[in-house]
Design a protein around this ligand. Structure first.
Ligand code: NOJ
Length: 562
């Protein structure tokens, strides 16, 4: 594999950017709601959310106006990485329920006209998976080649310099084999050797187990890690600033390398073809949405979605991790709208791996006590920028990022990099359903896995349902409006240049229809010149005045005009 192969893939992707079919497939430009299983709703009283809890709240999800939901891993797991360390791909971790509960959930979602996707971790397993027990026992067992094994370097150290995304060497020494095992995340998450067709066949069988139950598709975990350099070559060094897409705080050692040989390698593309063939085997075809992290995704995402034999769509972290200035953000949006096929990426402002969006992206508005308006602005953008969207649970309530004291930290990533990196516990706190109830109605347990932060109590669903001006009411309104405008799902996008510093404005266009959208991130009014006059407001929040082709937007106001 050479740098030229990588470039060729990118050139191919950009030059083969397609036009979405009309009418678009259901997933294109769709809006999903991410349910973090652990923290959504506990019906069993064990302090963890569960599958029946999701079923119980499906009406709530449907009423938001989303197209479907994605559920984070609920498979049997030692829970070292909250379920992303899977020890059995075809079961349910007992505290979350049973396989029958899952079938009920799928059926009920469909009855409500919601699509439903599960997480699927293709690249690694838990070290408690029976495959690993066998593979790690000796060098000559039936599964000896099912994981990525390598002899030590001549000095006895790891075979190369690769680093884990969570910090530290990406190799674990296994005495029984006198070899190192590759693990791109935690020690307990060994990477599968997907070049081995027996492994691929087993993994495909595991996918089919859930797809056969009627599941609509998968969110595929960490697709940048599906493969790696065959020759295990060491990565070249980098300055941290060369890795702006990488999370984990400013000093994450993972930022000190160019991830030429351990992330986003060309060898992953044939694997994507294989996985897509499985999804296409079904009628209707099932959908694959990839998580693309650690890499310069705004530039690389097209590779993963070009043509009809890779993934349907991807989401990434660039809009979360690269928000130093609004100008950078706007430039990145412009790049994305010129690279990506409309509807093949999902706008994500936060998820279970990132801080809450308002606190991360709009700290000044939060400091000024305007976090609710800021939350509405971000929801508006998620729903109007080119692409679909994934709304993480609690964003519809405008939840802010809570501080989690060190002794309550559970996230292994935070433990590895503390105090530089506060980790992911804050965003994973339970959803507040009813103010005043025990654990705000999340759980009846005396020891929920995380407590509901004090500052979230007033934001409970029951409180917001009573308030027509709440973030929840806004979410329902903006999603209802979005649904009434199908062009928003696949229209091309043009980011308007020369807007005031604090304003993002763009035009969506499709088949002679055009919609101009603008959002003022500032705490003062801002005036912009519209591309033409005689535009009529279609949707707005906050103050604005319109005078011919001049629009003045009040602080944190948003508007769409056509
Ligand atoms: C991506 C998941 O979103 C994250 O939560 C997890 O820690 C890593 N993959 C490793 O499994």
């Amino acid at each position: 594999m050479s740098a030229t192969d990588r470039d060729a893939e990118l050139v191919y992707a950009i030059t083969h950017r397609g036009t979405p079919p009309d009418p678009p497939e259901w997933w294109r430009g769709a809006v999903f709601y991410e349910v973090y299983t652990h923290s959504f709703r506990d019906t069993m009283g064990n302090g963890l959310g569960d599958i029946p809890g999701v079923t119980e709240k499906l009406d709530y999800i449907r009423d938001l106006g989303v197209d479907g939901l994605w559920l984070t891993p609920f498979y049997p797991s030692p829970q070292q990485d909250n379920g992303y360390d899977v020890s059995d791909f075809c079961g349910v971790h007992p505290p979350f329920g049973t396989v029958e509960d899952v079938q009920t959930l799928i059926d009920r979602a469909h009855a409500l006209d919601l699509k439903i996707m599960f997480d699927f971790v293709f690249g690694h397993t838990s070290d408690e998976h029976p495959w690993f027990a066998e593979s790690s026992a000796s060098r000559d067992n039936d599964k000896a080649d099912w994981y990525v094994w390598a002899d030590p370097a001549p000095d006895g150290g790891p075979p190369n310099n690769w680093i884990s995304s969570f910090g530290g060497r990406a190799w674990r020494w296994v005495p029984a084999r006198a070899q190192y095992c590759y693990r791109p995340f935690l020690d307990c998450q060994p990477a599968l050797n997907l070049r081995n067709q027996q492994v691929m066949a087993e993994m495909v069988g595991n996918m089919r187990f859930w797809l056969d139950m009627g599941l609509d598709g998968f969110r595929l975990d960490a697709i940048q890690c599906l493969s790696h350099d065959r020759d295990l070559r060491s990565n070249p060094p980098a300055r941290a600033s060369e890795n702006p897409s990488v999370g984990g705080g400013p000093n994450n050692p993972f930022k000190q390398q160019i991830h030429l040989f351990d992330r986003d390698v060309p060898e992953a593309i044939p694997l994507l073809h294989q996985i897509r063939r499985v999804a296409n085997d079904y009628d209707p075809p099932r959908v694959l949405i990839g998580e693309l992290a650690d890499v310069d995704s705004s530039r690389l995402a097209p590779k993963y979605t070009v043509d009809t034999d890779r993934l349907h769509a991807v989401y990434d972290f660039d809009l979360i991790n690269r928000a130093d200035t609004l100008r950078d953000w706007t430039q990145m949006l412009a790049l994305r709208s010129s690279y990506l096929t409309p509807g093949s990426s999902l706008n994500v402002f936060t998820n279970h791996d990132s801080p809450r969006a308002v606190s991360n992206l709009m700290p000044k508005a939060c400091a000024a006590g305007r976090d609710r308006d800021a939350a509405k602005l971000l929801l508006f953008l998620q729903c109007t920028l080119m692409g679909g969207a994934i709304i993480f649970q609690g964003e519809e309530l405008g939840l802010t990022q809570p501080d989690i004291p060190e002794d309550e930290i559970k996230d292994p990533w935070a433990k590895a990099l503390w105090p530089d990196f506060q980790g992911r516990d804050g965003v994973r706190c339970p959803l507040p359903w009813v103010r005043g109830e025990k654990n705000c109605g999340f759980s009846t347990s005396d020891s929920p896995w995380h407590r509901v932060p004090e500052e979230h109590h007033d934001r409970s669903v029951d409180q917001q349902e009573r308030d027509p001006d709440s973030v929840l009411a806004f979410t329902r309104r903006v999603l209802r409006w979005r649904r009434s405008l199908p062009m928003l799902r696949t229209a091309a996008e043009h980011i308007l240049a020369d807007t005031p510093l604090k304003v993002i404005a763009f035009q969506r266009e499709k088949a002679g229809q055009a919609l101009v959208c603008a959002a003022n991130f500032g705490l003062e009014a801002a005036k912009i010149t519209l591309p033409r006059s005689s535009l009529t407001p279609q949707f707005s929040h906050g103050d604005f005045t319109l005078d011919a082709d001049h629009l003045t937007l009040g602080p944190l106001a948003v508007i769409a005009l056509s």
